[in-house]
Design a protein around this ligand. Structure first.
Ligand code: NAD
Length: 266
């Protein structure tokens, strides 16, 4: 049976670790050729690219800082040079610089917004231009698919993390407004909002049993998420199986957004 993403070309930003790594692997397993963007850790992106190439797929690792327009241009050029075009772009790169509000530095604020919000703007803008340049193909019903990596914090306020929550709240309206603008061209833009997924970004929240127990109080489904949970959602959102899904945030959060604090009558 033909794989769901056969003959399609994908770019995943922030693919050297965590969710991006898991998404890139899942897209490759579903038959896509994958460009793995990394910012600082070439080794793990190059290792995953080697594994994909050795198992009969196609992959490259590409360095870029997603907040830098020149890097974005060079990254898309590298994708065109290797694959000819892109059908799927996952804007996943993100970081936290946590601080109580009054102590938060302007640099903490600007760095998080530059990567989490401006980085997705630059990535998605280059994707839209590439989809238009290439025009329709037979590999997908959509002209192209963009997946923004949001967070449950696009709707859940987060004290001590106003920069991060503002960036993800921004992604919600960025994604919906862009989806509305480009849907007539059959470009599908959607978000995935992960809950607590076991990666380096939130190691403190799960790497001791006390921290894990506290975290589980926020997760009705009773387990911490794994990057594979997000990878499966990304494959579906990138495929024709979700062809009528446009401008939606898919929460993959074990029920974290169900207000679990109200379970005993609030
Ligand atoms: P992670 O730290 O493992 O991955 C983040 C990736 O972004 C890294 O590979 C890092 O190199 C890359 N990155 C950071 N700055 C960059 C830049 N300027 N240019 C290019 N790449 C850059 O953490 P993760 O949990 O895998 O996070 C991935 C995404 O998922 C982020 O957008 C994060 O906000 C989101 N998210 C994570 C969780 C979670 O529970 N882990 C929950 C909700 C949302």
């Amino acid at each position: 049976m033909e794989k769901l993403l056969a003959n399609q070309f994908a770019l995943v930003t922030g693919a050297s670790s965590g969710i991006g790594y898991g998404v890139a692997k899942a897209l490759a397993d579903a038959g896509a050729s994958v460009a793995l963007n990394y910012h600082s850790h070439a080794e793990s992106a190059e290792k995953l690219a080697d594994e994909i190439n050795q198992s009969g797929g196609a992959a490259i690792a590409v360095k870029a800082d997603v907040s830098n327009p020149a890097d974005i241009d060079a990254m898309f050029e590298a994708c065109r040079a290797r694959f000819g075009t892109l059908d799927i772009v996952v804007a996943n790169s993100g970081l936290q610089k946590d601080s109580a509000f009054a102590e938060m530095t302007l640099d903490d604020w600007q760095t998080v917004l530059a990567t989490n919000l401006t980085g997705q703007f630059l990535t998605a803008q280059a994707a839209v231009k590439e989809f238009r340049r290439r025009g329709p193909t037979s590999v997908s019903k959509a002209l192209g698919k963009i997946i923004c990596m949001s967070s449950v914090h696009e709707v859940i306020p987060w004290a001590g993390h106003v920069n991060y929550a503002a960036s993800k709240g921004g992604i919600q309206m960025f994604m919906k407004s862009l989806a509305q603008e480009v849907a007539p061209e059959r470009i599908r833009v959607n978000s995935i909002a992960p809950g607590a997924i076991r990666t380096q970004i939130n190691r403190d929240a799960w790497d001791t049993s006390a921290a894990r127990d506290k975290l589980l109080e926020l997760i009705p489904y009773g387990r911490v998420g794994e990057v594979e949970d997000i990878g499966k959602a990304a494959v579906w959102l990138a495929s024709d199986e979700s062809d009528y899904v446009v401008g939606t945030t898919l929460f993959v959060d074990g029920g974290m957004t169900l207000y679990p604090g109200f379970v005993d009558n609030g």
